[in-house]
Design a protein around this ligand. Structure first.
Ligand SMILES: Cc1ncc(COP(=O)(O)O)c(C=O)c1O
Length: 390
């Protein structure tokens, strides 16, 4: 007989939620603006192999990743030969031949790598599809202003082997109004670079600069393409960006137009009675103040349920919130189910997502632990099986 093992928890991806989010984002985008789906960090924990075909089926044909190995995954799991893959971060000189061969576009932000791209493409008698990243004030990666002229002229001269696909930057911290003027200044720098590039190339290159937060709050800075990560998965980059939406749409009630794509669930592994005065789990982290029923759930910090949720996190069982009692273990948590009388072994437990009338959003998960949505999502291990539903 063939062994059949199931993982202790699973992740479901809701196809209709993604379609709904993309529809909302397309409506928000200025006319003709392309949306690139950012799927770095294993598609923000959703899983590239499951998320990408679902996004392609929903009409997405441009994907942004961080590194060459992620671009390789996009090529392997994608189904549309027209799909464009763009590396926004790490590509080594030795990975360039592969990228050029496969038509993968990539950012360049330093002269040495620009030169390497040109030399590799020339050796291959092909064209490297490049995006020139401009330093506008984030001070992470990007060509500094004094380099712009020489870089643009180099690319123009080498155009037989360098195909300029875009000029780009990254607005730093648009999720907070406190950074408003910083972004204005970044935008002025970007415009300066675009003006110079237009003069040198004779045409205005494609420009992109905004991620979800800038896209949602600075509609005058969409340019030709926006790179959307967190919002497509159904999350606001911050509470401020959500408030901005409610205000600009003049909505009185909190109607969230974004729907969470991901649900993470497990099941009750066992149940136990605990007497008042007993400690639960390791050490003396939780002392039962009354007789209790506790349930164990087979997920722990190895699965992305952080130790910092000890005594503070909660999950949903039978539509009711049950708090974590005691330390989060490597593979298990203990939860207080004293107020859920009909609970039984095998009942569904939701760590992130909806059950009955209640929902645990990653945001509330994030608030409990002071982690950002981004971090909680991308920490979900790739070994948890993902299934597409809806
Ligand atoms: C360069 C770049 N563009 C776009 C994004 C997408 O950001 P968000 O998930 O906030 O939309 C990121 C993510 O950090 C990024 O680094």
């Amino acid at each position: 007989m063939k062994n059949h093992f199931l993982q202790p928890s699973c992740i479901e991806l809701d196809r209709s939620a993604l379609r709904h989010n993309l529809q909302f984002l397309r409506k928000k985008a200025r006319n003709g603006v392309r949306i690139s789906s950012v799927i770095k960090g294993n598609a923000y924990g959703h899983g590239i192999s499951s998320f990408m075909p679902m996004a392609e089926a929903a009409g997405m044909d441009h994907f942004s990743v961080f590194s060459a190995n992620e671009a390789d995954a996009v090529i392997r799991f994608g189904q549309n030969p027209e799909t464009i893959v763009m590396i926004m971060g790490m590509i080594r000189d030795i990975e360039m031949e592969w990228a050029i061969e496969n038509g993968v576009e990539f950012y360049l932000f330093e002269h040495q790598r620009l030169e390497a791209a040109f030399q590799t493409a020339r050796k291959m008698r092909k064209q490297a599809k490049i995006h020139l990243q401009i330093e506008t004030g984030m001070n992470r990666t990007g060509f500094d202003e004094p380099e712009w002229k020489a870089v643009f002229e180099y690319v123009k001269k080498g155009s037989t082997h360098l195909s300029l696909r875009g000029i780009c930057t990254h607005f730093a911290g648009a999720e907070s109004i406190a950074n408003f003027y910083r972004i204005q200044r970044q935008n002025e720098q970007l415009q300066k670079a675009v003006k110079l590039a237009t003069k040198i190339f004779g045409v205005r290159p494609l420009v992109h600069a905004s991620s979800s937060a800038a896209f949602l709050t600075h509609s005058d800075k969409h340019y030709d393409m926006v790179r959307i990560g967190i919002a497509q998965y159904g999350f606001w980059p911050s509470m401020e960006t959500y408030m901005h939406h409610l205000k600009t749409e003049k909505l009185k009630e909190a109607e969230d137009p974004l729907k969470r794509v991901l649900t993470w669930k497990s099941e009750v592994m066992s149940l136990k009675k605990v007497e008042s005065g007993d400690f639960i789990g390791y050490g003396n982290v939780y002392l039962a103040g009354k007789d209790m029923t506790i349930a164990t759930v087979p997920i722990g910090y190895t699965h992305g349920f952080g130790r910092n949720l000890t005594n503070t996190g909660y999950v949903l069982v039978n539509g009711v919130r049950a708090g974590v009692v005691g330390l989060v273990n490597m593979n298990m948590i203990t939860i207080n189910v004293s107020d859920i009388p009909d609970i039984k072994k095998g009942d569904e437990v939701v760590m992130i997502g909806r059950q009955g009338e209640d929902e645990i959003t990653v945001a509330s998960f994030g608030e409990m632990t002071n982690n950002l949505n981004y971090e909680v999502l991308t920490r979900l291990p790739s070994t948890i099986p993902r299934t597409v539903v809806g």
